[in-house]
Design a protein around this ligand. Structure first.
Ligand code: BGC
Length: 660
């Protein structure tokens, strides 16, 4: 194609006033003149290098990136992503910012939410109604951000937003309903929770002062307060890529979405990362984050800011960066997204014109003026049906170029193709880099953004290039996602609402569990203290019993030692000898029976318990008669365990009464 175009370029078919085609050849003389002129001339205000013979081929070659170069870039990007997860922007140009969104919609979301979207040049306010299984209902208000709001003070910007929000809610009669608000704010923000986000820098041309380094949610809340007319609750601040990912999953009827991408005025991507890998984000969190995953806002647009991708940049990219509102930052953003794509094409057209490769060197003032070639021109030119050149002619007119040839139109178109194809290739490499990290079996990529949507070949190019670059064995599908920023914000607010409710229920359950455990503990304690009391009482009784035993032992000894009783006993003994002889037979039988019983008892499992009563009792020398009557065994049984106390109490009582 380029070869053909070069030929077309050198054999210039010029349409003269009569519509005749005039053939002209760019002579060596012409070229020499061009080169010498170029040495003095600036391309769009920037001095050109002391080149060079300029041909379409040489210019276009700068924009062509081989797969090897793209893979090299992917490798560097992935390293940067690791560093970003580790230490954020201070360690990497890809900041890998935490979103604190832990999960995707599950289809059960419902409710009425406000979604606000401040992204490129527009501000949208939406009232979204979500019902499971139904299409989301949306009422919205859309306005262009005036220059004074984008480039004035932060207070002016946020007052403008708050006013737009209040006006719309009042108009719809929901201004005092305390509706939850999800705010899609598509600039790099360092979040420490869902609703606290410090603006790291402006991108996409916004320059409102006094905002960088401040909490965006707080600024919005202050503005709403200043306005003083509405009652709302800001639930979450999200990046547009996060919204796109969530909206794509919802649109896909609950299917997972693995990567959310925006290729619009700016570019960026989000994906779900394991919390354990998010060191920087989680370390800075102001609230506990109990979930296993979190959507990460990569902010890949910053790639190249520290010179790590210089091999990709052309002289045109450098000019764009130098002249931008934010020089030195968001380098990849400027290479891929719509913010700069039109201007990039214009710079190339200007250079080709100044070198007489185009329009025979006769451009127009408009063509040579910065910012006169909006990115939408590219889509429009490429939308031209083969051979019609309807849009191209119209745009030539708008640029003030009325002297052009058919080959000029071809070249014009070719520049648009080459510049936008490089953007698609870089976007594809960036997406492939994320896919290679996510590595799930069949990955879904949700993509939104005007550059991607309105360019007739962008989607096809991106798809094709990802296939060439993604690791073998990985499969993916691209889903064009409509209004990720609006629907996504509403859905995330609904998810947060659901999680909040789930948390409340979990907290209530945990509280109930704690209360019931505390109750159990209390009951246990009460039981224990009752048991202790009972043991104390028994000890008292035991002590009482021991005292009695001592008394009885003493009495017994006195009886044994009393000489009168001894004498009487001796008399009785003589008298009783005969009777005893008769009884002995029976007596010895009884004794041996007693012994047997005693042995049996000793060998029973309760033996230890029975033989280990309170030592005091065992040591007492019981008088023979008493021992048999009241039984050491009875005593011992009573003191084996706390649980047997109440039963034994009665036995003790009984024995005590008997003894007395
Ligand atoms: C911003 C991102 C945003 C992207 C797409 C970039 O310029 O830095 O935060 O997601 O544009 O809107």
């Amino acid at each position: 194609m380029i070869g053909f175009l070069e030929l077309a370029c050198s054999i210039r078919r010029r349409l003269d006033g009569n519509g005749e085609i005039v053939r002209r050849r760019t002579s060596t003389n012409d070229v020499a003149k061009i080169v010498s002129k170029d040495l003095k001339r600036q391309a769009g205000g920037a001095k050109l290098a002391d080149e060079e013979f300029i041909s379409l081929e040489s210019v276009m070659a700068e924009f062509r990136l081989s797969n090897n170069t793209l893979k090299r870039m992917m490798h560097h990007m992935s390293d940067d992503m690791d560093r970003g997860l580790e230490g954020g922007l201070s360690k990497s140009t890809i900041a890998m910012l935490p979103s604190f969104v832990p999960e995707m919609p599950d289809g059960s979301e419902r409710g009425k939410f406000v979604a606000m979207d401040l992204g490129g040049t527009n501000l949208r306010v939406m009232i979204m109604e979500i019902e499971p299984g139904e299409e989301m209902r949306c009422k919205q208000f859309n306005t262009r951000m005036p220059n004074w709001a984008q480039h004035g003070t932060g207070q002016q910007l946020f007052d403008f937003i708050a006013k737009a929000l209040a006006d719309f809610l009042i108009e719809k009669g929901v201004d005092q309903d305390g509706l939850p608000v999800g705010f899609t704010f598509s600039y790099p923000c360092d979040q420490t929770s869902l609703r606290s986000a410090t603006l790291l820098r402006w991108t996409k041309g916004v320059t409102a002062t006094g905002c960088v380094g401040r909490d965006v949610v707080q600024m919005l809340e202050e503005a709403i307060k200043r306005d003083g007319r509405i009652n709302v609750e800001i639930m979450a601040l999200i990046n547009d890529t996060v919204g796109t990912m969530v909206a794509a999953a919802y649109q896909n009827k609950g299917q997972q979405c693995d990567v959310g991408v925006i290729i619009g005025t700016g570019t960026n991507a989000s994906y779900m990362e394991h919390t354990k890998n998010i060191h920087y984000g989680v370390a800075k969190a102001t609230e506990p984050y109990p979930y296993k995953q979190m959507i990460i806002d990569t902010e890949w647009g910053g790639f190249g800011d520290r010179g790590e991708a210089d091999y990709i940049f052309t002289e045109y990219d450098r000019i764009i960066d130098r002249r931008s509102d934010h020089p030195g930052v968001n380098s990849l953003d400027k290479l891929i997204a719509g913010m700069c794509m039109g201007e990039l094409v214009r710079l190339v057209l200007e250079k080709l014109t100044r070198h007489k490769v185009l329009f025979d060197g006769m451009g127009s003032e408009t063509l040579f003026t910065i910012g006169t070639f909006p990115t939408k021109y590219i889509s429009e030119i490429l939308h031209d049906d083969c051979g019609s050149y309807q849009h191209t002619r119209q745009i030539m007119g708008e640029l003030g170029i009325d002297d052009y040839t058919f080959s000029d139109m071809l070249l014009f178109r070719e520049v648009c193709v080459v510049v936008s194809r490089r953007a698609a290739n870089l976007a594809a490499a960036s997406i492939a880099c994320v896919l290679n990290r996510v590595k799930r079996p069949k990955m879904i990529i949700g993509i939104d953004g005007s550059t991607y949507k309105y360019h007739p070949f962008f989607e096809h190019w991106v798809n094709e290039k990802i296939r060439e670059l993604v690791d073998p064995g990985l499969d993916f599908k691209i889903v064009q996602t409509g209004d990720g920023s609006g629907r996504g914000a509403a859905l995330i607010t609904a998810i947060i609402w659901r999680l909040k409710k789930r948390k409340q229920i979990e907290e209530q359950n945990a509280l109930n569990r704690r209360l019931s455990i505390e109750n159990e503990e209390r009951e246990k304690k009460e039981r224990k203290s009752e048991e202790k009391e009972a043991i104390g009482e028994e000890r008292e009784e035991n002590r009482w019993f021991d005292d009695k035993v001592d008394v009885i032992a003493a009495i017994g000894q006195a009886v044994v030692d009393d000489p009168v009783i001894v004498a009487a006993h001796e008399v009785e003994e003589v008298q009783g000898n005969e009777e005893r002889e008769v009884e002995n037979v029976n007596g010895s039988r009884e004794e041996s029976k007693e012994k047997e019983e005693e042995e049996e008892e000793n060998s029973s499992p309760n033996r230890k318990a029975k033989l280990d009563p309170e030592p005091l009792i065992q040591q007492i020398p019981y008088p023979k008669t008493l021992k048999n009557e009241n039984g050491v065994h009875n005593r011992s049984n009573n003191s084996t365990s706390a649980s047997s106390l109440s039963e034994s109490d009665h036995e003790n009582d009984g024995s005590a009464i008997n003894i007395e």
